[in-house]
Design a protein around this ligand. Structure first.
Ligand code: AKG
Ligand code: FE2
Length: 446
């Protein structure tokens, strides 16, 4: 619920975007058609994954599909197909074995410049993106109850209006914001700022949102612990990541009505969550595509600093009743979006609509009464240096009044001061001065 720029229009074919080279758009479709005729019972996604994993070679994709089918027959007894297996790992020769190791091995980023890698399997998602996913998260009836409740709520959701490069634009989907108590609702309405202004639509949490919350909390904390142990350097949390248990006290709910509703590439605001935030994101109704891409800084000559491969995007399939966990490395180092879809499969309860609930942990020490105020006398917004190599990853506070139609920024700027646990300098009771110098803070996981 943080930026609503509509993403660039998609090419005529989804399949084209999966090609590992830009000029191979049409041939990818041909290759898939060929593979589909050779393996009629293997799902399309598996064929696509396998083709990608084999660098677009039909021969190699076909032989790895044959190999895996033979292997499956040997281990599970005779079956005529590989069923619904959609893992990249089962079709490539390099197995991933990072579990249980103290230091994460640098995963090979498979996406390439200008292309999209499609991922479905939770292990692949965990390995190649800053997210993890739990499919079939809630018992079926509970997911349906929550979906029904949110579909009803979404009838009165609205679009967010904001300013973008001097144009007043509206979000390409609708949303609302839910909090547990009347006091919190009032505090949000009167003390918090978004896009330099107030949020109009703040509501009391609904019974189903409340019922699901502890389950999300437990699952997210478990995933965070596991990620720290198995993937972060030395099995330790990231610098600036808060060591406290993740406690969701707010829920942003988005509704995407039809295939064209979307959200453009953005990072979620850090201002009230603090640095290195974790977010639990539950998807209900129509399945949609969640795209992520790494933020690559540029040097003084405006040249990309990192390997150009890093510019590729990764698409994560978000089916009904899936919980996506955006981990602590996500917001500062990656951007995410929901792209417009060419076509969608209607959902029995939701029709063309997708509901997304992002549970968030608003930190009391980041309440706007504590954060710096700009010359407009407004609480400021927390950002990181993302585009320039110089000071890349360093946190700063800036005025965001310019996001309000008809208003200008006051040019307020101040470097932010957090200790290693992300505690701000003004929280005297918790803040521990660190010896490490500021600047060049990221990336901590690559
Ligand atoms: O709909 C989604 O899955 C993502 C929504 C999102 O990025 C946001 O609310 O910030
Ligand atoms: Fe977001």
């Amino acid at each position: 619920m943080d930026a609503f720029l509509r993403g660039a229009k998609r090419k005529p074919s989804d399949i084209a975007q999966a090609s590992t080279r830009d000029d191979e758009d049409d041939s990818t479709e041909m290759k898939l058609a060929l593979l589909a005729s050779l393996f009629p019972s293997i799902p399309y996604e598996v064929l696509l994954d396998t083709l990608l994993a084999n660098d677009g070679s039909v021969d190699r994709a076909a032989s790895s599909l044959l190999d895996s089918r033979t292997a499956l027959k040997k281990s599970h007894g005779a079956t005529s197909t590989v069923g619904s297996q959609t893992s990249l790992r089962s079709f490539t020769s390099k197995p991933s074995t990072t579990e249980g190791t103290a230091i994460a091995k640098k995963p090979k980023l498979l996406s390439r410049k200008g292309t999209t890698l499609y991922l479905y399997d939770p292990k692949d998602i965990e390995e190649h993106t800053p997210c993890s996913i739990i499919h079939n998260f809630l018992p079926q009836e509970e997911a349906n109850d929550l979906l029904r409740e949110m579909l009803n709520e979404s009838k009165s959701f609205g679009k967010v209006t904001f300013k973008l490069f001097d144009n007043v634009v509206q979000s390409p989907h609708t949303s609302s914001f839910y909090l547990a108590t009347e006091a919190e609702v009032n505090m949000q309405r009167h003390e918090y700022y978004y896009y330099g202004g107030r949020l109009d639509d703040v509501r009391r949490i609904t019974p189903q949102l409340l019922r699901v919350r502890p389950k999300v909390q437990e699952a997210v904390n478990k995933e965070v612990d596991a990620r720290i142990k198995t993937r972060y350097p030395h099995g330790k949390k990231l610098r600036y990541q808060c060591p406290d248990r993740w406690t969701p006290n707010a829920a942003f709910v988005n509704c995407y009505n039809g295939p064209q509703e979307s959200v453009g590439y953005h990072s979620d605001h850090l201002t009230y969550l603090g640095p290195r935030p974790v977010i639990g994101s539950l998807s209900l109704g129509v399945a949609r595509e969640f795209r992520v891409r790494r933020v690559v800084p540029k040097d003084a000559d405006n040249k990309l600093v990192d390997d150009a491969n890093a510019q590729g995007q990764i698409s994560i399939h978000l089916p009904h009743n899936s919980l996506l966990i955006m981990h602590a490395e996500m917001q500062e180092e990656w951007k995410h979006s929901i792209v417009p879809a060419q076509a969608i499969d209607p959902h029995p309860l939701a029709g063309n609509r997708r509901i997304n609930i992002t549970y968030r942990d608003y930190k009391s020490n980041f309440h706007p009464k504590f954060t710096p105020r700009c010359k407009c006398d407004l609480p400021v917004i927390l950002r990181t240096v993302q585009r320039k190599k110089e000071n890349w990853g360093r946190y700063f506070w800036m005025c965001h009044r310019g996001n309000v139609p008809g208003k200008e920024n006051c040019s307020f700027f101040q470097w932010a001061d957090f200790d290693d646990d992300g505690i701000p300098g003004w929280d005297k009771a918790r803040y521990k001065k660190t010896s490490a110098p500021a600047g060049q803070e990221l990336p901590l996981v690559s």
